[in-house]
Every structure is written in C-alpha cells, then in structure tokens.
Design a binder for this molecule. Structure first.
Ligand SMILES: CC(C)(COP(=O)(O)OP(=O)(O)OC[C@H]1O[C@@H](n2cnc3c(N)ncnc32)[C@H](O)[C@@H]1OP(=O)(O)O)[C@@H](O)C(=O)NCCC(=O)NCCS
Length: 197
C-alpha cells in the first residue's frame, strides 16, 4: 500500500473488480480509451478478463496495477505501470478515476506522485511516459504540475466525438525527478478531510 495525502494505492482486488463494469461504461472510459464510447457488456468484460488471464499465463508480467482509494477507503479507479520493459527500465503509465465527480480534485495528481516515486525510488526505473489525446486538459495540467515533459505531438492520431485529435506524449527521466516531497512542497499540497457523501 502506498499512502498519499488524498488517496492510497492498494492492491487491485475484488472491491475494484466489482466497480469495473460501471467505470468502463462511464465518461472515464471515453478519456482513458482516447475517444471510445462503445457500450461494454458484462460478457465483453468477462471475455477480456479471460483473455488477459490467458496472456498472463503464457508471457512475463509487464503490468503493475493499483486501486486508487480515498483516505476513507472509497474505491475511485486505477493507476498502473501498464507496459514495463525491465531491461530498459522504462514504463508507460495509465490512470482512470472512474467516478467523474472526483475529477479535478487533486486525487489523480496525488496518485501520480505516489506511482512516480515508487517507480523511480523502489523499482529503479529510468524513464516513465504516457500518452493522451489533445482534448484531455486534466492530464496536460497534471503533467505540468508533476514535471513530466511534452515530448511529442502526433497529429490527428485519434478520432473522438467526430473530430480528429492529436496524441500528446509526456515523459520524465529519473534524473529529473526531485522526489515526491519536493513536488508536494512546491505545489503546496495538503491532506484534507474526507469528501462529504
Ligand atoms: C486524468 C485523471 C486521472 C486526473 O486526475 P484528477 O484527479 O482529475 O486530476 P487533478 O485534479 O489532480 O488535476 C487536474 C487538473 O486539471 C484541472 N482541470 C480540470 N478540469 C479542467 C478543465 N476543463 N480545463 C482546464 N483544467 C482543468 C484541475 O483544476 C486540476 O488542476 P489544478 O490542480 O491546477 O486545479 C482523471 O481526471 C481521470 O481519471 N480522468 C478520466 C480518465 C482519463 O482521462 N485518464 C487518463 C488517460 S491518459
């Protein structure tokens, strides 16, 4: 478990799996899956899980995934090192808060600080990166706050809600990472009381 100011990162267990169908059919999926608005049925989700389990059985594991929960234990979504390449010490990150009313409240940044610190300080990664669509201002703001650098813009890489959008890639090198405590101090982040239901 990684303990943050607003969220904790915990093993992605049953409490998260139970929410997945709802999260995958929420607005979060449109943003996380760069413009995909398809309806995901329970049977599609079951098939994806079976296919994933089969793949994981035959190939080395390349994904480290956490559940993101509030300090009082409410599951919000996931954050993951989705594509770990051990011999290069590289990893592509991904995150989705499945509860849209929590977007913009600092929860995603808190989770990103935790996973970045873990990846550099514990797993000795050399570089972390992620990509998003140009429409996703929350991710762009998050990248700027935490110090990830914009590395590339691939033009008209995705189609979202009837328009072509660019793909933005961000990266952070280990040597550029000042540590979680330094970013918390720079941004003036503080713990706060649990959100009222
Ligand atoms: C991306 C995500 C994980 C970020 O987490 P979050 O908790 O929303 O992020 P934060 O609140 O820490 O930071 C978002 C920033 O964007 C700002 N923001 C939010 N909506 C905005 C808007 N419409 N325009 C401009 N800025 C906006 C927030 O104010 C905040 O900046 P601030 O701290 O300076 O005020 C979360 O929004 C999410 O899961 N979204 C849906 C799925 C997704 O996009 N996944 C990522 C795919 S690459």
């Amino acid at each position: 478990m990684l303990e943050g100011l607003l969220v904790d990162l915990v093993p992605y267990g049953d409490r998260y799996l139970e929410q997945e169908h709802r999260w995958l059919n929420s607005e979060a999926w449109f943003w996380a899956a760069v413009g995909d608005r398809r309806l995901i049925t329970e049977s599609t989700l079951k098939r994806w899980r079976e296919e994933n389990a089969e793949r994981q059985g035959s190939q080395p594991r390349t994904r480290v995934m956490w559940g993101v929960q509030t300090k009082d234990g409410k599951p919000l979504g996931d954050i993951a090192m989705n594509w770990v390449v051990p011999h290069c010490r590289l990893s592509m990150l991904g995150a989705a808060i499945g509860e849209p009313e929590y977007w913009g409240g600092g929860y995603g940044t808190d989770a990103l600080l935790l996973i970045t610190d873990y990846a550099f300080d514990w797993l000795d990664m050399h570089k972390l990166w992620l990509s998003t669509m140009g429409l996703n201002v929350r991710v762009q703001r998050q990248m700027a706050k935490v110090g990830y650098k914009l590395e590339s813009r691939r033009r008209q890489a995705f189609r979202a809600d009837g328009q072509w959008v660019d793909e933005l890639s961000y990266g952070l090198l280990r040597e550029e990472w000042p540590g979680r405590a330094a970013i918390i101090e720079k941004l003036g982040l503080k713990a706060r009381p649990p959100k009222e239901e």
